[in-house]
Design a protein around this ligand. Structure first.
Ligand code: SF4
Length: 74
């Protein structure tokens, strides 16, 4: 099972990196905060890690099948 993805809405600074990189997986909501779309399920875990690392605010949270947060830079 792939990683689950969530956005820390309080941390997101609306840079748009995730939306630009993977528009099928991320979009902006009505408050211009990133949101996860159903298409995120099509992204492989290593791609998700890359997108999350590229978030300048550390707002993209990945969790493994056990619900543990993935250490992006470990
Ligand atoms: S890359 Fe991070 S800060 Fe930028 S829009 Fe996405 S979640 Fe928000």
């Amino acid at each position: 099972m792939g990683y689950s993805v969530s956005i820390d809405r309080d941390a997101c600074i609306s840079s748009g990196n995730c939306v630009a990189d993977s528009p099928d997986a991320f979009d902006f909501d009505d408050d211009d905060i990133a949101m996860v779309k159903d298409g995120v399920g099509q992204l492989l875990d290593d791609r998700l890690v890359r997108v999350a690392r590229n978030c300048p605010a550390g707002a993209i949270i990945l969790r493994d099948a056990d619900g543990n947060e993935v250490d992006l830079f470990g």
